[in-house]
Design a protein around this ligand. Sequence first.
Ligand SMILES: Cc1cc2nc3c(=O)[nH]c(=O)nc-3n(C[C@H](O)[C@H](O)[C@H](O)COP(=O)(O)O)c2cc1C
Length: 311
Amino acid sequence: MKILGISAGSRNGNNDSMCKEALMGAKEMGAEIEFVRLLDLDIKHCTGCNACCKAQATGRGNLCALKDDFDWLLDKMLDADGVVFSIPIFEKGASGLFRTLTDRFGPRMDRGCNVESDKNAREKTGKGIDPRILKDKVVSYIGLGGSDWTTRFQCDAAMQAMTPAWKVIDNDRFSWSTGIIMEDERVKRVHQIGVNIANAAKDIANASYQGEDGVCPHCHSRNFFLDGNSTHAICCVCGIEGDVKIVDGKVKFEFPKEQLEHAHDSLSGKILHCHDIGKNLANTANLKKSDEYKNRVEKYKNFIIATKREK
Ligand SMILES: Cc1cc2nc3c(=O)[nH]c(=O)nc-3n(C[C@H](O)[C@H](O)[C@H](O)COP(=O)(O)O)c2cc1C
């Protein structure tokens, strides 16, 4: 059983240390471990070229037009049974580098898109996609902040797991953590995160979330998109729509059970989303054929040209 630790922090900084602390816990549970630092790698931003979607739709599998270290890292993630991330908290959420990694996962690593992609590839070539992409995996997140501005972190982290439909075991944020390596109680908690991910990786089918309950009963998120004029709320992570209520002095999020089918982290919700996007892209492709569409593109193109830095 293999656990990969990924730090998005600076060399030998707190994220490196806490990622390694979690790996120590995983190793104690018998895991083979490996550690990677994102800042050592060349990870380019997703440009939204959609080459991955086109390849998935035409049975050519799972590819990315960008040439950098991402595929090297992806290969390591696909070989691991579990991944533990330690991520600096920037502007209340996960750092941009981690968000870039998240962007590079979707749609290329989206489980729903890849179930369809596998079917397409089998029809066209008789051979499916890399089976590791459709394999279940467990993941945990440790977010370290230098202050108490940390409220978006768990939402950003959970979004990474949502694309490949990996099972989240822990997702903790640590505020005021610049001296965390000296705080035995919090170091112990990080160590436990490592123990938990290794135990979860031993039996992924029966593994379950080990963190705090949160508010969303489905995905444990505490981040919601509120309506302002009613009690209607949408969970920012799983997309389930329901109502927020105060019950016995506590915030409760309640929703009709049919909503579970649409949950963005479920295979049914993902496939639904994949089909919705397919329909929308087909409509847009039709629109693009019209002269009016072409005229409007030209209007914006010719209005002003982007200034580029002269080198
Ligand atoms: C650009 C930037 C933005 C930051 N924003 C926040 C923030 O919103 N909330 C917070 O708690 N800490 C914030 N920090 C502090 C970082 O979370 C802290 O420096 C980081 O966890 C250190 O990680 P390292 O020791 O692994 O490099 C910010 C730091 C930087 C450089």
